[in-house]
Design a binder for this molecule. Structure first.
Ligand SMILES: Cc1cc2nc3c(=O)[nH]c(=O)nc-3n(C[C@H](O)[C@H](O)[C@H](O)COP(=O)(O)O)c2cc1C
Length: 196
């Protein structure tokens, strides 16, 4: 029935002994890297549809689901947004980097009145980046739109895209087929602290 047999899994892990404790999901989580350079191939809509479903299945505080996911796949439009963002970010002294030539963008916006807007959006964003990675797609979180969402030139574009006025963009996910595999950056191990 394509459902997890939780009893069998519990028993399997309990008896795992020297068996490596890994599976496809763990590998996907460990192997995802931020990817900023993409080939010219477009991202099929069917893949984006599944990726979006993983976004809406993310947890949210009080299950409020106050987010919206806005998708751009037209490379001309993506470039227009990039140019406007670069200009406004520079004028606002907001650091703008890593937005090269993605073939799809998912703007994760959220209601500015929501107490959980950033954390809920981050949960959804990470689900979607992991889902993208599971398909062999690359992605990176671009931050700059957040702090400048209300600058008039940016808001005019967000209006065009149908993003509600009470929303602020929390994450911009740039996606595409990776030009090359991502590089594993050093991950601090000393941030894990057991109390026992
Ligand atoms: C909140 C947040 C904001 C980020 N902003 C940017 C950004 O604006 N531009 C960019 O290229 N990468 C951005 N990143 C990606 C990080 O640089 C990247 O996750 C980090 O260097 C670790 O690399 P990894 O994702 O390959 O493990 C951001 C990531 C997060 C979680």
């Amino acid at each position: 029935m394509q459902k997890l047999d939780r009893k069998a899994l519990k028993q399997m892990w309990a008896e795992s002994k020297d068996m490596p404790l890994t599976n496809e999901v763990i590998r996907c989580l460990m192997e995802r890297r931020s990817i900023r350079d993409f080939t010219d191939e477009p991202v099929p809509r069917a893949l984006i549809d599944v990726i979006l479903q993983t976004g809406i299945h993310a947890p949210s505080g009080h299950n409020m689901q106050t987010w919206q996911f806005t998708i751009l796949r037209d490379v001309g439009e993506i470039q227009r947004l990039k140019e406007v963002t670069a200009r406004v970010a520079a004028a606002s002294k907001v650091y703008f980097y890593g937005f090269n030539e993605p073939k799809a963008l998912i703007l994760v916006s959220n209601d500015r009145r929501s107490h959980f807007k950033e954390v809920d959006s981050a949960c959804a964003a990470e689900n979607m980046m992991l889902a993208a990675h599971s398909f062999g797609l690359g992605s990176v979180w671009i931050n700059a739109l957040g702090p400048i969402s209300d600058e008039p030139e940016i808001r005019a574009l967000l209006d065009e895209y149908g993003i509600p006025k009470q929303h602020t963009v929390i994450a911009t996910l740039a996606m595409g087929w990776p030009k090359e595999p991502g590089r594993l950056l050093a991950k601090k191990q000393n941030v894990i602290h057991w109390v026992e």
